[in-house]
Design a protein around this ligand. Structure first.
Ligand code: NAD
Length: 447
């Protein structure tokens, strides 16, 4: 097991050195990352939320030779059992299970919390973890609403902790190379970018209020979100499509692609945002759009758009998910995997870079384990050596905000003017209501 782990790490970290993209957290010197790594130079992690993505992450963290998964936390007792079994072949230590992740945070042995609970938990759990002295790997989107993203950025500075967001493509070598090609002028000045996600998701039906199953702590599942009665079509996964907990396809999958566009086009905040779409395909409880186009304009004379089709999986540019950059001299495609293609203005392929690894972009929990390991190792390097994070919380928040603004525009039904210096909505009181959320009493985030 050890040897294969070692080879895996070697392969997985190849190229990491060349990947110093993104930035170190503002205000933190490399020295301030000091402390923390436990005995044997291992990073000891606790994983929160292990049904699907969290289990995949647990397996990946367990595979890393310089890491131990010591705690597994879930409010679904079955998920703890399943995840413990799932990492058995990858580490000798048997992790301790916790229903309440706050108990895990009390342990001095834990260096970092890995968060793959639903979106309404991302920022509140990240802040609690930092306050307990832990670093954080938080799945995308890093927040449920813009205010939470701002608080996360502030918390990382205040508590002097690193926070890596789980938009792992930032660490995939050929994706980073593609972005570098753009910066080197491979297609000239880039003035438009398009991202997309397509799938064939089925209906979720009309939920019935039913007794809470004995395996679930529903109160702690809800945590910061104001209380609602338990329905039989929410858990697991379908919460993504309810504004109360989820953020829709736009933040579920759009965050990945908008992040690549923002990276490649080198922009922060837009001046104008609009969105069209709706829940068109089925009539059921699903609240967020299943069909959506978000448009973002920036003040340097450039724009980007994202198209999401949750219920019609027709590929765009031969890929279920991807981004295309359009420039003065040609265009550059990054499809689902760790690859890219450059075209000239006559649609001729002028360069194609491929990766042999198969990426299954429709695998909901673990599309690309080896590549994602680079992102994990990048976080460890940040913790141990103060190396630059490929997706620090400042950058993660900016990308998440772009899609959040798209959703706010969608919800108020009109385009929004944005202050390009701050990312804030200009003069639209109704839209500004969506900047933050109401919390269940006692669960407000306090910095
Ligand atoms: N980066 C990626 O490629 C990627 C891929 C898939 C999912 N994700 C993200 O991962 C997150 C989880 O997605 P999923 O598909 O696994 O969802 P899921 O609903 O299948 O699993 C969420 C798990 O969190 C648990 N949970 C809820 N509240 C909790 C709490 N207070 N403490 C501990 N556990 C709690 C649930 O019981 C469940 O087991 C989402 O935010 C999603 O956006 C990221």
């Amino acid at each position: 097991m050890k040897n294969s782990r070692r080879n895996f790490i070697r392969n997985a970290t190849l190229g990491t050195a060349a990947l110093s993209v993104g930035g170190i957290l503002p205000g933190l010197s490399s020295k301030s990352y000091g402390r923390i790594v436990g005995a044997n130079n291992r990073i000891v992690v606790s994983i929160m939320g292990v049904n699907s993505r969290g289990q995949a992450l647990a397996r990946n963290f367990a595979l890393q030779e310089n890491c131990e998964v010591a705690h597994i936390c879930d409010v679904d007792s079955r998920a703890i059992v399943n995840c413990t079994k799932a990492i058995k072949d990858r580490q000798t230590m048997v992790p301790k299970g916790f229903v309440d992740f706050r108990q895990s945070l009390e342990s001095k042995d834990i260096d970092a919390l890995v968060i793959a609970a639903p979106d309404h938990w991302h920022a509140p759990a990240s802040v609690l973890a930092m306050q307990a002295g832990k670093h954080v790997y938080v799945e995308k989107p890093c927040s449920h609403n813009p205010r939470e993203g701002e608080m996360l950025v502030e918390a990382a500075i205040r508590y002097n902790k690193i926070v890596q967001m789980g938009n792992q493509r930032r660490s995939w070598p050929n994706v980073a190379n593609a972005i570098q090609e753009l910066k080197n002028g491979a297609i000239g000045n880039v003035y438009f970018g398009k991202g997309w996600y397509t799938n064939n998701r089925g209906p979720i039906g009309i939920g019935k209020i039913v007794p809470v199953p004995e395996w679930l702590n529903w109160d702690l599942w809800q945590g910061p979100a104001p209380r609602k009665e338990f329905k039989d079509n929410l858990i697991h996964y379908n919460w993504h499509w309810f504004w109360h907990w989820g953020t829709g396809e736009a933040l579920n999958n759009g965050t990945h692609m908008i992040d690549l566009l923002r990276w490649g086009m080198d922009v922060d905040f837009p001046v104008k945002v609009s969105s069209n779409g709706g829940r068109y395909r089925y009539q059921d409880d699903w609240e967020t759009p299943d069909t959506q186009v978000i448009n973002l304009e920036f003040d340097r004379g450039l724009a980007m758009s994202w198209e999401g089709r949750s219920c019609n999986g027709k590929y765009i540019e031969g890929s279920s998910v991807g981004v295309m950059f359009y420039g003065e001299k040609g265009s550059l495609l990054i499809p689902a995997g760790n690859s890219y293609t450059i075209f000239d203005l006559q649609n001729k392929v002028v360069k194609e870079v491929k990766d042999d690894q198969k990426i299954d972009s429709r695998n909901l929990s673990n599309p690309a384990e080896q590549l994602d390991a680079i992102h994990i190792q990048n976080m460890f390097d940040g913790i141990k050596n103060g190396s630059k994070l490929n997706s620090d919380v400042d950058s993660g928040h900016k990308s998440t905000l772009l899609v959040q603004l798209g959703n706010i525009s969608q919800r108020v039904g009109r385009s929004l003017n944005i202050d390009p210096k701050t990312g804030h909505i200009v003069a639209d009181q109704e839209a500004e209501k969506y900047w933050s959320r109401t919390y269940e009493k006692g669960w407000e985030i306090k910095l």
